[in-house]
Design a protein around this ligand. Structure first.
Ligand SMILES: O=C(Nc1ccc(C(=O)N2CC(c3nccs3)C2)s1)[C@@H]1CCCN1
Length: 135
C-alpha cells in the first residue's frame, strides 16, 4: 500500500556499509606484453551480505584496456585484469530504485605495496551507501 508521502518513507535513513578496492598479485612469469601483475577491483557490502538494491555496477578502466567500461549486473561486483601500472579507476553504482541517483567514485588500481613481504597487495576503502527517505 503506498503511504501518504508518494511512496517515500519520510524520516527514514538506511545506511549500508560497503568496502571497495583492489587486490593485486605479481604475475609468476614474465609476459610478452609487459604485464607484471594481476588485479581485481571489487565492491562489496562490509559483511559480505547481498546487495539486492543494486541494479548494476560499471567499472571504468584506463582507456588503453579493451572495453574499458565493464558492466556487472550480478554479484560479485568486481573486475579482474592484468597490467603493469597503477591508475585511477571509476566506479558507478546504479540502484534498483530509480528514485536513487547513481553513486560514482574513483579508486586507485594499486599494485605496489609498502612492504614487499605483504602479498597480495590489498588497498581498500570503507564507505557507506546512505538512502534518505527511501522509496
Ligand atoms: O601506469 C599507469 N597507467 C596505466 C594505464 C594502463 C596500464 C596498464 O597496466 N595496462 C593497460 C593495459 C593494456 N595492455 C595491453 C594493451 S592495453 C595494461 S598502466 C600510470 C602511468 C604513470 C603512473 N601510473
Amino acid at each position: 500500500m503506498e503511504n501518504a508521502t508518494h511512496g517515500r518513507m519520510r524520516g527514514v535513513t538506511i545506511v549500508k556499509p560497503i568496502v571497495y578496492g583492489t587486490v593485486a598479485r605479481l604475475l609468476s612469469e614474465k609476459r610478452e606484453d609487459g604485464h607484471t601483475h594481476s588485479w581485481t577491483l571489487f565492491l562489496q557490502s562490509l559483511e559480505g551480505e547481498d546487495m539486492p538494491y543494486i541494479h548494476q555496477v560499471e567499472f571504468r578502466l584506463h582507456d588503453s584496456y579493451h572495453t574499458p567500461t565493464r558492466i556487472v549486473t550480478k554479484p560479485p561486483y568486481q573486475v579482474s585484469e592484468t597490467g603493469w601500472g597503477e591508475f585511477e579507476a571509476g566506479v558507478k553504482v546504479i540502484f534498483i530504485d530509480q528514485n536513487e541517483r547513481p553513486v560514482q567514485f574513483y579508486h586507485p588500481i594499486k599494485l605496489f605495496g609498502e612492504d614487499p613481504d605483504k602479498v597480495p597487495v590489498i588497498y581498500q576503502t570503507y564507505d557507506e551507501f546512505v538512502f534518505i527517505d527511501p522509496s
